[in-house]
Design a protein around this ligand. Structure first.
Ligand code: FAD
Length: 321
């Protein structure tokens, strides 16, 4: 029998984040012929409903409220509990993003549901749903079988492919009012760091630099390579600690977990804490002058040499293609 699946959409800078469409894709599989309902929250988000339909949702609930313009745990939790109470879904999915990580355990606890976090694959076998998730910092994968009752899961960005967009799909968009009471947190102003380019956690190509880049300027060739490939720049904690770049770029156990199609580890030794954030990248290219650097153990392609020679050479060759 088909299930009713709610997918909680996420908006950033006025756009739906790609992982929300990946969650819709997982939702279509979990629904197994049932209904996928996307929920989008914000101050005035009706115009963002349509893409959810074209990516596979059957229906969209737009929740508009001035206090939902910017994410706060309190307001989003209250709003979503009202929607979920009305819809009574069999499954709830959302992205395993900073917001997903903050919101999902709280909602799951309030709803009395189990939470499967950071799923990288979803398989449906009749009534059962099998979620695959990395454990031990990505060194192993476990499969969690969901057999009955409702389930809540978060989906790691860049792992489950979004369905092909079909502009011809149609579906109802309903706007609902929610009551938000006694909010303990109100965001008055957002002061954003000037970061350019592609979002690291959703980038398909990442060029990450480590302590080997030597200084802030050492990141320049990496940025050029990333720009040429339409990717983002990342970093090891070594590089962040040395103040070569901002901590927002840190990848690893205490930084961002990324799964791009292509990951360049440039002047990064490959400490276990760094691998925890990137070892599931589809293709890893390591550039390091030390042939014994542990990064080569996880790399698909290894280049032993000075990064200051190799990166410009590589960029020059790529520009010829
Ligand atoms: P190094 O280990 O110093 O490596 C630099 C590399 O650059 C070397 O392999 C060297 O051969 C190479 N190199 C130097 N010059 C050149 C050149 N000209 N050309 C080519 N190669 C060159 N680290 C993270 O990255 N992310 C985390 O989230 C993280 N979390 C941590 C959490 C905890 C609790 C702890 C204890 C540590 C954590 N670390 C994390 C730190 C981690 O252990 C390493 O110290 C760090 O990853 C090292 O950074 P690095 O590889 O840039 O530097």
């Amino acid at each position: 029998m088909g299930k009713k699946v709610i997918v909680i959409g996420e908006i950033r800078n006025g756009d739906v984040r790609g992982v929300s469409f990946e969650a819709v894709s997982a939702g279509v599989d979990v629904a197994n012929g049932g209904e996928v309902v996307a929920v989008v929250l914000g101050e005035d988000v009706n115009s963002l409903a349509e893409p959810f339909i074209s990516y596979g949702a059957d229906r969209v609930i737009a929740v508009n409220h001035p206090e939902l313009k910017l994410y706060t745990t309190d307001a989003y939790q209250q709003a979503l509990l009202q929607v979920i109470d009305e819809e009574k879904p069999d499954a709830i999915l959302m992205g395993h993003t900073s917001i997903g990580k903050d919101l999902s355990p709280r909602l799951a606890m309030k709803l009395g549901l189990g939470l499967i976090s950071d799923a990288v694959a979803v398989e449906v076998m009749g009534e059962e749903v099998l979620f695959t998730r990395p454990i031990y910092s990505g060194k192993a994968f476990e499969k969690e079988k969901h057999v009955g009752g409702s389930v809540f899961a978060t989906i790691r960005p860049n792992n489950i492919e979004a369905k092909e967009r079909d502009e011809a799909r149609t579906g109802a968009v309903k706007t609902i009012e929610v009551v938000l009471k006694d909010l303990r947190t109100v965001i008055k102003e957002v002061v954003q760091k000037a970061t350019a380019g592609v979002d690291l956690s959703e980038a398909n190509v990442i060029v990450a630099g480590g302590r080997g880049v030597k200084n802030k300027d050492g990141f320049r060739p990496l940025q050029e390579l990333a720009d040429h490939l339409g990717g983002a720049v990342g970093a090891s904690r070594g590089a962040c600690d040395a103040d070569y770049c901002d901590y927002a770029l840190q990848i690893g156990q205490t930084g961002k977990v990324v799964t791009p199609d292509l990951y360049f580890a440039v002047g990064i030794s490959g400490a276990i804490q760094h691998l925890a954030g990137m070892s599931n990248a589809k293709t890893i290219v390591a550039i390091n002058k030390d042939p014994d650097a542990p990064i080569f153990e996880v790399a698909d392609y290894g280049i032993v040499g000075d990064l200051f020679e190799i990166v410009p050479l590589l960029l020059g060759e790529l520009k010829k293609v």
